[in-house]
Design a protein around this ligand. Sequence first.
Ligand SMILES: NC(=O)N[C@@H](CC(=O)O)C(=O)O
Ligand SMILES: [Zn+2]
Ligand SMILES: [Zn+2]
Length: 346
Amino acid sequence: MQTLTLIRPDDMHLHLRDGDALRAVLPFTARQMGRAVIMPNLKPPVVSVADALAYQQRIQAALPAGSRFQPLMTLYLTDKTTPALVREAKAAGIVAFKLYPAGATTNSDSGVTDLFKLLPVLQEMAAQQLLFLVHGEVTDPEIDIFDREAVFIERILQPVLAQVPDLKVVFEHITTAEAAQLVMAAGNNVAASVTPQHLLLNRNDLLVGGIRPHHYCLPVLKRENHRRALVAAVTGDKAHKFFLGTDSAPHAQHAKENACGCAGMFSAHAAIELYAEIFERAGALDKLEAFASKNGARFYGLPENSDTITLLKQPQTIMSSIAYGHEKLVPMRAGETVAWTVRYDN
Ligand SMILES: NC(=O)N[C@@H](CC(=O)O)C(=O)O
Ligand SMILES: [Zn+2]
Ligand SMILES: [Zn+2]
C-alpha cells in the first residue's frame, strides 16, 4: 500500500469553540496536528491577554491524556485595541491579532468598524513582529457577497500594506484568484492560509441540485476558476507563501440546517487526509509536506514539529454525524469516503 510520511502538520486557522463543544472537537485536531492557531471569535470574544491565557488553559484541560498538542493563542482586534495591548500580548506569548470586519462572519459583532483608525496598533504589531490575521471581506451591503474578498484587497489590504509595509499579514482562508495573486506578488511579509473546502469545492457544490447548508462557509465558495487558481497557488512557484489552515468551524446540525443557517464547515476529523486528496489530484503530493508542516511554522517563526505522521492510501468512510455536546455535528464528506487514512499508533 502507498504510504506518505510527513513532518507532523500544524493547523494555522482553527475554531475550537468552548465548553462541551471544545471537548467534542479538540481530540480530532490534537491527534493529527502538532499545533493550531486558535481563533478568538468566542461569545464574548477573546480580547484581553487574560482572556486568551484562560482560554488556553481550558483547551489544555480538554486535551486527551498524554497529548503534546499546543494551542497558539490569538486576540480579537476591536476598535478599542491599543498599542500597549499589542506589547502586552507579545510579552505573554500571544502569536497574532485577528481582524474580523464588523458583521463579516460568525461572532463578528465586536469586530473592527474602521481599520484605518487602528494604524498605530498595526504599526506596533509590525514593530513587535506579531502577526496580523485577516478575514478579508468587506461588509458594505452594496457589494455582492461573491465580490467581497476582491473588494477587500482594493479598499483595505493594499492601502494598509502601503501604510505599514513591514506588517506580517496572513490573508486567511483565501477563496479567489485575486487573493492568491495579491499574496504571490507581495513581499515575504504576506502569506495566506487555504482551507480544504476552497481547494476541493466550488459554488455549484453549494447550490446545484438543492442547497447544501453543510457547504456554506465564509468567505462563500466561489467559481471553479477560483478553485483552480488556489490549487495552482499552493502547488506552484510561490507555494512557500501558502499554508494549511482548515478554518474548521463547527456548528450544531440544527444551526446549519436552518432557515438562517450558520457559516462554517467542520473538517478537523479528516483534515490532512482531505488535503492529501487535493495534492494527489494535482500531481503534487511531494508539495504537501511543505504546505502542511513547514510553510506555516516558518512564517510564524516556529520550529518544525519534531515527529511525523503517516498517511495510507486507503479509503475511509466519514461518519454521518459526530456528537457535539448535547447536539450533533455534520462533518465534511459525511457518509462519503476520503481517499487517504492517517495511521494512528494508539
Ligand atoms: N468560516 C466560517 O464560515 N465561519 C467561522 C468564522 C470565520 O472564519 O469567518 C466560524 O467561526 O464559524
Ligand atoms: Zn473568517
Ligand atoms: Zn475561521
